[in-house]
Design a binder for this molecule. Sequence first.
Ligand code: NAD
Length: 260
Amino acid sequence: MFKRKTALITGSTSGIGLGIAEYLAKAGVRIVLNGMGDADQIEATRARIAATYGVEVLFQGANMHRPDAIEAMFQTVADTFGGVDILVNNAGIQHVAPTDEFPVDKWDAIIAINLTASFHTICHALAGMKQKQWGRIIQIASAHALIASPYKSAYVADKHGIAGLTKTVALEVAEQGVTVNAICPGYAWTPLEEKQVLETAKARGISEDEVIQKVLLAALPTKKFVTIEQVAAFAGFLASDAASSITGAVLPADGGWTAH
Ligand code: NAD
């Protein structure tokens, strides 16, 4: 099903993005990794995925804050693999602080990386997808695309924005074999989440353990973190032909959080 398909997963040097890259590589998809981190570690990850799954794996370190870097990345992928068939917009950052104390530079960075970058990647991906009359755009949003939590104004705003972008683009390309969907995970234990615990403890004036028990796990009716593997398998399904009628959907994978 995925023969000769290429997936670009933004922010795939760790956490959920890396999990999705591994899942798709295992299914035979050519992979473009993207993200920040130590160059040697990234090269080791790239080489490991290529060797383990027998697929071509390219790393492109475009900073999602920079539209020119995003454009250059798409040009390289077009030259190397002939374009992107499966685009996973996953790169994301977080900052936790009361709205009236929220640093303006953090607000700007979160909106640029978590929301505006998806607009740019979608614009670059769509021409090739329309030409092939096949494409999958999968946005890694969050339960915060559907509900809010205090002290996360920029993140909640950008994720709600992603939900709107998803629905709009889905309607525009529905007749051209391109689906656009958003996955909304609940809390998953990743480097992003780990950093957030400290900031949330500060913002709420409680200990880090209380954040894990009374804020994070308390939000999830299952009382379990969502796993990276679960989100990756969900993305893999949305990329498959079996999911071709699912489009414009903003889909929770949140242990029941948004059922409240
Ligand atoms: P993570 O910190 O492990 O991964 C984030 C990735 O984004 C990394 O590869 C990082 O290098 C990359 N990145 C950050 N800034 C970048 C930039 N300027 N340019 C390019 N790449 C950049 O975090 P994660 O938890 O795996 O988060 C991945 C996505 O999942 C995010 O969009 C996040 O909002 C979403 N999400 C996470 C959770 C959770 O609980 N962990 C829940 C819901 C949604």
